[in-house]
Design a protein around this ligand. Structure first.
Ligand SMILES: Nc1ncnc2c1ncn2[C@@H]1O[C@H](COP(=O)(O)OP(=O)(O)OP(=O)(O)O)[C@@H](O)[C@H]1O
Length: 854
């Protein structure tokens, strides 16, 4: 499975749930997969056909979505095709029948209407699964119900014993049950992942609609465009789409437009040019929806509040699907919340109407609350978020001023209590604002002492305060059927008891854009790059990245495909950070698949060589860029990490960014007294542990860690069996191996990186000093702590076949020291050279310093 993952997708590890789901499918079990957008669901049905060597049928709701997926799969060397009205290849169906595709995409209509003979023939060739993508379309409770999806159960009669897999990014329990029932799943394996999109930054801002805001938006988007990556601007009306597109184009930004009134052809063209990076910005209504399978969208902007949090989660979820930090900004104006009647026009029953209003209220609450946005979103979907501060939304990153709201809180809570505590927020607010509506006079709420005391503030202002008091626990919201009521909590009662009409104890609440202006210290434009920017790449590396983006664009154009299908942004950043000089090193980068190496490898290596020379960048460093998808924050940073003292940070900066040696830093003239070289090195290693990028190849070179030394340290660590104490390790090593070597090697290991072995073209210093360090005659060696523990081994001749043969014997792989010891009659450089060639030919691969057979 891991080999298939690396060969075709370029990744070396599975994401959470992927492996177990694939295993279940291969066992023939029906499965339901409910995982967030961008979490890697597709891989769960894309890997099994490559292992089982049988076709996977994928039911997908949109032709454009199928086309994009087929395009990307072909770029990974996978045989994929779609059967739909848009298919121009007349023999596709015949080819499919004879099992010529690994993945065959079909619309539900097509799947239900092809003749049974088609299925029989394909069954003969072999079908390993039927995947129903966007499976929530099956359910009338889902937000995209498609009646044709309901017919899919009929395939069960024909495809007996074929496992069915339902996949969706949003599904309530009702929807889940519908999927399982409708697809007649038998005791399915159910995998439900977290909905937290850790790499997304959520921000909200209240705006005044109009020309000046649009100017601001255009200025902000032009910064995004300059920094590469795609942007979607979602608007609530077609008029807004047209206006914003016009403003962007007038500012020279290449923007496309997508909405329901465009002709089909124009929509397809818009979609195509966005996918292929011919336009960087798409301004659209929500019609630009489910079919967007582009992994490198860096910004999703909502101009106007969406009608529900479900829609917001879906639409903002198109952002950063490749796991790189990306931004979701929502700009709302007060008018957005007055659209309930407009949305309710679609409702056919009273219940539906209530549900629509409720959804809009939830979106309004999301906009107005001052607590963690991620928590609000996740808890809305029933997931418990364990912290009150995610550190990646505006409310958690902005220092907001606090206001004493004691009097206003006293009025609102007092009024809610006086009205009985069984209304929503609207009625008590109307009472405070002095309304004499029938509902109020009938209940004689106009006689309450609170009546009219709050007319200085708008209803929205009071609502914001109400939401804040809910989020701080002074009010509680209760949902019964579809009604929400708000009452005073125990905490609120305590506050009320301590109040007198002329005096209330202080109650500090953060200022909101409604309760008073606040400065967003991570303002919408420039600073957002701090999250979605270039992850600790140096200036020269950013330049290299931009040049490689252009090269990727050229490759994509000549191949008639999308740039992301050639190579994802994250893998490209890793290429930039490592600057591989050989195809083997390129192949070893996470995200680089065999097809990419075989097809474009030479060209990429040549380009990197040329551009790196021009930008004075060294080759063969170690990448330290991570996606933000697995809980972890990006490792690389150019800002000072919180836990790194300034002295260490400045030593690291001088070493890594200014290119000084540890010795130069130790004796830097600006210092009051010189410090030890070892101390500087220790600082650099501490900085690496705190997430700062370190050019390990340079460090190893500077302190003299050769291939041999690295191999010796690894062997000593294995022998000692612990990395906690340095002395026992040092005692196992030759005199010339220093503590500094051991510390550097261990730190690199701790950070999960591979040894920067000098490339074959650049022989290690060791091999220059001592060109033939090993005895010429084969000899007998005794290995004490390696996969071949206590075996006597005849030292064999080093050839590709003998090396392959030998590695093959060890299921858990072998380390470089193991190989060096086994092929003791060959020089280290020869072994490394051969290993590199075999890696670039995808015969073997390296993970955590262990070589395994592909
Ligand atoms: N094991 C992995 N390691 C690294 N990246 C991965 C892995 N699995 C998937 N990805 C990447 O994650 C991104 C999102 O994957 P995918 O398209 O499968 O998500 P999804 O869950 O199907 O999203 P959606 O709900 O939008 O369809 C892709 O760029 C994919 O290449």
């Amino acid at each position: 499975m891991e080999y298939t993952l690396k060969e075709h997708f370029g990744f070396s590890t599975f994401r959470p749930y992927q492996k177990e789901i694939i295993e279940k499918i291969l066992e023939g079990k029906d499965s339901l997969v409910v995982m967030a957008t961008g979490s890697g669901k597709s891989l769960c049905y894309q890997v099994p056909p490559l292992i089982a060597k049988k076709t996977a049928i994928v039911i997908s709701p949109l032709i454009s979505l199928m086309q994009d997926q087929v395009m990307a799969l072909k770029e990974r060397g996978i045989r994929a095709e779609h059967l739909s009205t848009a298919q121009t290849n007349t023999s596709a169906q015949k080819n499919a029948e004879s099992g010529q595709y690994d993945l065959l995409y079909m619309t539900p209509e097509k799947a239900c209407n092809v003749p049974t003979s088609f299925w029989s023939r394909l069954l003969n060739s072999g079908i390993c699964l039927v995947a129903v993508d966007e499976a929530h379309c099956i359910s009338e409770w889902g937000h995209d119900f498609r009646v044709e999806y309901k017919q899919l159960y009929k395939l069960r009669d024909v495809l007996v014993d074929v496992p069915f897999v339902g996949l969706t990014a949003t599904a309530t329990e009702k929807v889940r049950n519908d999927i399982v029932g409708s697809l007649m799943m038998k005791d399915p394996h159910i995998a439900i992942g977290s909905f937290d999109r850790k790499n997304l930054y959520y921000g909200v801002k209240s705006i005044n609609r109009g020309a000046s805001f649009i100017d601001e938006l255009v200025a902000q988007i032009s910064k995004y465009v300059a920094n590469s990556g795609s942007t979607i601007v979602y608007c609530t009306t077609i008029k807004d789409v047209q206006e914003i597109t016009r403003s962007l184009c007038e500012a020279g930004i290449n923007a496309g437009m997508y909405h329901g009134q465009l002709a089909n052809k124009a929509r397809e063209e818009s979609h195509r040019s966005f996918i292929r990076d011919e336009v960087q910005v798409m301004v659209a209504t929500i019609a630009f929806g489910m079919g967007i399978d582009k992994p490198d969208i860096r910004h999703v902007i909502h101009y106007g509040c969406p009608k529900s949090l479900e829609s917001y989660y879906q639409e903002s979820g198109r952002c950063g699907r490749d796991g790189i930090g990306s931004d979701c900004w929502l700009y709302f104006s007060r008018g957005d919340f007055g659209k309930a009647d407009f949305y309710c026009a679609e409702a056919s029953s009273e219940n539906q109407k209530k549900a629509i209003i409720d959804s809009l209220m939830a979106a309004q609450r999301y906009c107005m609350q001052t607590t963690c946005r991620r928590k609000i979103l996740l808890e809305y979907f029933g997931e418990i978020y364990p912290s009150n501060n995610c550190g990646n939304c505006d409310n958690c990153t902005n220092l907001k001023e606090e206001n004493d709201m004691s009097r206003e809180a006293f009025l609102l809570m007092g009024c809610i209590q006086a009205c009985g505590g069984y209304w929503g927020l609207n009625l008590p607010i109307d009472v405070l604002r002095g309304s004499r509506a029938k509902k109020i006079t009938e209940k004689q709420f106009d006689n309450l002492p609170y009546h009219g005391l709050g007319k200085d503030f708008s209803a929205n202002w009071w609502k914001t305060l109400g939401f804040q008091l809910i989020s701080f626990g002074y009010l509680v919201e209760t949902v019964k059927d579809t009604y929400r009521t708000v009452s005073v909590s125990q905490e609120g009662q305590k506050f009320l008891r301590s109040c007198r009409p002329d005096h209330q104890p202080p109650l500090l609440l953060p200022m909101t854009s409604e309760s008073g202006p606040y400065e967003d210290n991570r303002s919408t434009a420039g600073d957002s790059m701090a999250v979605s920017g270039h992850d600790g790449l140096s200036q020269a590396e950013v330049q290299l990245y931009k040049l490689l983006l252009e090269e990727r664009m050229k490759l994509a154009r000549s191949a008639g495909t999308a740039p992301y299908a050639i190579c994802g942004d994250l893998a490209l950043k890793k290429i930039v950070a490592t600057r591989p000089s050989t195809k083997a090193r390129l192949a070893n980068i996470d995200g680089v698949n065999q097809h990419l190496v075989t097809r474009y490898g030479d060209q990429i290596i040549q380009t990197i060589n040329q551009l790196s020379k021009k930008l004075e960048l060294s080759l063969d460093g170690v990448a330290h860029i991570e996606s933000n998808n697995n809980n972890s924050k990006p490792h690389t940073t150019i800002k000072q990490p919180k836990d790194l003292p300034p002295a260490k940070y400045s030593a690291w900066k001088m070493w890594q960014e200014d290119g000084r040696t540890a010795e130069q830093i130790a004796n830097f003239p600006g210092r009051s007294a010189p410090i030890k070289v070892g101390t500087v090195l220790g600082y650099v290693l501490d900085a690496a542990r705190e997430g700062c990028t370190v050019d390990w190849a340079r460090l190893f070179n500077e302190i003299g860690i050769t291939n041999e030394i690295a191999a010796n340290i690894q062997a000593a660590v294995l022998k000692v069996g612990s990395k906690d104490k340095l002395k026992p390790i040092k005692d196992e090593l030759p005199e010339e191996v220093e503590y500094a070597h051991i510390k550097a090697w261990l730190t690199m290991q701790e950070l999960g990186m591979s040894i920067p072995i000098p490339s074959p073209q650049q022989p290690s210093q060791e091999s220059i000093k001592n060109p033939n360090p090993v005895p010429e005659k084969p000899q007998v060696v005794v290995l004490d702590d390696s996969p071949m523990k206590r075996q006597k081994v005849e030292v064999p001749q080093l050839t590709e076949a003998s090396l392959l043969d030998w590695i093959q014997k060890f299921q858990n792989g072998v380390t470089l020291p193991d190989i060096l010891r086994h092929f003791n009659g060959s020089t280290g450089a020869d072994v490394v050279d051969l290993l590199s060639c075999m890696e670039s030919d995808f015969l073997i691969f390296q993970k955590n310093n262990v070589y395994k057979i592909m």
